[in-house]
Design a binder for this molecule. Structure first.
Ligand code: M6R
Length: 609
């Protein structure tokens, strides 16, 4: 999705804007642009990678200390220089960058055309720029009133950064349903759609709420509500390390983030478990509230949904509360019947995924309690959910999630154990046993990374040619197969599917041919023999079988290649099995020579429907 960065201060804006945009590349984009004010506001744009924009401006000697920049992920209008942001109003008074979508832009075009506005691009953003300009001129009002009138008039989602020709020392920003943070240090003020863009410059930020606006001056930020009244905001400190958003010698963010997993999982565990006791009181979810929960709805998208599928097995088994897991984009439009004593759990790394945010609002409107499992502090879901449990994954830059996924899993285990204990479904002994075992997960992952990476790397080069892969497993092994399969297809572009092992024979087995790659995940004691039988069925049709399993499970009669993982409690295997699956996807993609951190057509945080 698009990215915004803006700076107003003492330093040359061009360097800060380009650096910030480079930190937003991971979000996915197809063109980029900046506007810098020196004597006049000068605009530079280029289609394609940021390097094209850098080439365009390298000899320009841009000295301005105020400017806005943007990476565009095309929605309205093809990727082109003409459609790239910043956009400028007809009379040149308003220059704007925008993330999000203006839904009623056609209606606004008609309105503006009646007033002789002309359009040079195919974007909804140009319309937004001119609407601000229209109100600004019509009522002879200042930026805040023009922006507020625009916010009332437009429908959709937006984060905008605006420069007015008449207010050369200010950047104006506003947002609705699209992320934006504002930072400040002694050198100036900053705005960005995402923390990594400004993390290097400051950790002191303000969170701007929906339908609020702000004016960034060189030394202060003034916030306004929709009435145009000034509002006070507290500055907050971001806890992320600057180094977490840098590659630090790794070839790609994805592999760096895979290797960070033991550390961030440990951090996440330690923030909720001390002295063998779980403490989730920071979420404000009380034991009384837990006792009262009669149903659980887990709602999420993509990999976060797969965490939900794992959690469904674990939560239901441990707490004996019925659990349903739903894809957010389906949940939000299907008017589900929800128990008033239900708990909706929204899982999201970014906390900004449009469908997950909408699902959260649906659940709140239905009057049920909501709990977010979120990585980005201050994100929309984190702010709107009744309760929040934060994952401490730090900034995740690779589009394909790894460490956020793993920390989300951990939170669901902790929640399941705590709920089961509070509801007296497990006794103290079991509670302590599970807590003890959870704490071994970071080291077990470290062992997998140390012991298996080389073999997986060698194996992967053999599979760069494959067209199809199937991931199969039962129960929790099926849940993690869903994630393994998504991981492979999203980065390597190899078609892959995950199947509940027992379901193959109902159609999919007809796709198995000699050398089709089948990955079997086999960890669950009660049912592993069944999965092995299913693997035998595909092996006898010529499939090449890789298994991921603890040593105690004998896979000799099926596996062409075995990846051994350490033993753990049955509930926690997903945390271990996912590691080789992530490595497999990473190395297959690298051996195909693809851009593993920025797969085509994908965006890190999906803020549109
Ligand atoms: O930010 P979120 O966790 O809400 O994002 C949800 C999905 O878009 C995300 O997990 C996506 O599926 C990942 N790219 C998968 O690696």
């Amino acid at each position: 999705m698009c990215g915004i960065v803006g700076y107003n201060g003492k330093k040359k804006a061009v360097d800060i804007l380009l650096d910030g945009l480079s930190k937003l590349e991971y979000r996915g984009y197809d063109s980029a642009g900046i506007a810098i004010k020196d004597k006049n506001i000068e605009i530079f744009k280029a289609k394609g990678k940021l390097i094209n924009l850098q080439d365009k401006i390298k000899d320009k000697n841009l000295k301005g200390t105020i400017g806005i920049g943007h990476t565009r992920w095309a929605t309205h209008g093809e990727p082109s220089e003409n459609n790239a942001h910043p956009h400028v109003s007809n009379n040149g008074n308003v220059t704007l960058v925008h993330n999000g979508i203006i839904e009623n832009y056609q209606e606004l075009i008609q309105k503006l055309e009646k007033h002789n506005y002309k359009f040079y691009s195919d974007t909804d953003t140009e319309v937004l720029t001119n609407i601000i300009d229209y109100y600004y001129n019509k009522y002879k009002i200042g930026p805040i009133d023009a922006i507020n009138r625009t916010m009332v008039r437009v429908r959709g989602s937006y984060a905008i950064a605006v420069m007015f020709k008449d207010y050369p020392d200010e950047i104006w920003v506003a947002r609705k349903d699209s992320p934006m943070i504002i930072g400040q240090n002694d050198d100036g003020t900053y705005v960005a759609s995402d923390v990594p863009a400004i993390l290097k410059y400051t950790k002191n930020v303000y969170y701007i709420d929906n339908l609020e606006a702000a004016c960034l001056k060189k030394d202060k930020v003034i916030f306004y509500d929709l009435n145009g009244d000034v509002i006070k905001k507290e500055m907050q400190e971001i806890k992320w390390d600057v180094s977490a958003a840098e590659k630090e010698g790794y070839e790609h963010f994805m592999i760096k983030e895979i290797y960070e997993q033991p550390e961030v999982i440990k951090k996440t565990i330690n923030s909720y478990i001390q002295d063998n006791t779980i403490d989730i009181s920071r979420s404000n979810l009380t034991q009384e509230e837990i006792k009262d929960i009669k149903e659980i709805y887990i709602i999420a998208c993509g990999s976060a949904y797969h965490v939900g599928v794992c959690a469904q097995y674990i939560l239901e088994d441990l707490t004996k509360i019925p659990v349903r897991v739903e894809i957010a984009s389906e949940f939000r439009y299907r008017k589900p019947l929800l128990n008033k004593k239900g708990l909706a759990i929204i899982i999201s790394q970014s906390g900004e995924t449009a469908d997950s945010l909408a699902a959260l609002r649906e659940a709140k409107n239905a009057g049920i309690k909501t709990l977010g499992i979120i990585n980005v502090v201050g994100s929309s879901i984190a702010r709107e959910a009744d309760h929040v449990l934060y994952t401490l994954a730090g900034p995740e830059i690779a589009v394909a999630t790894t460490k956020a996924f793993s920390t989300q899993l951990i939170i669901t285990y902790i929640l399941a154990i705590e709920m089961a204990h509070v509801k007296r479904k497990i006794n103290k002994k079991k509670y302590l046993e599970l807590i003890k075992e959870i704490q071994t997960i970071p080291d077990k992952i470290k062992n997998i990374l140390e012991d298996d990476t080389n073999n997986i790397q060698k194996l992967s080069s053999k599979f760069s040619y494959v067209h199809d892969a199937f991931y199969i497993g039962r129960n929790l092994d099926y849940a993690i197969s869903l994630e393994g399969s998504l991981k492979l297809k999203e980065v390597s572009y190899i078609h892959s599917e995950a199947y509940a092992a027992g379901e193959l024979k109902h159609g999919t087995i007809s796709l198995i041919e000699p050398n089709t790659l089948v990955i079997g995940v086999i960890t669950q004691d009660e049912i592993y023999e069944k999965t092995i039988s299913n693997l035998v069925e595909v092996k006898s049709r010529g499939a090449y079988i890789i298994t991921v399993n603890p040593n105690k499970i004998d896979v000799n009669k099926v596996a062409d290649f075995t990846i051994n993982i350490p033993e753990t409690n049955k509930y926690f295997y997903p945390s271990l099995t996912v590691i080789p699956l992530q490595l497999l996807s990473y190395y297959i993609t690298v051996s195909k020579g693809l851009d593993v951190d920025k797969p085509r057509n994908l965006a890190k945080s999906v803020t549109v429907e």
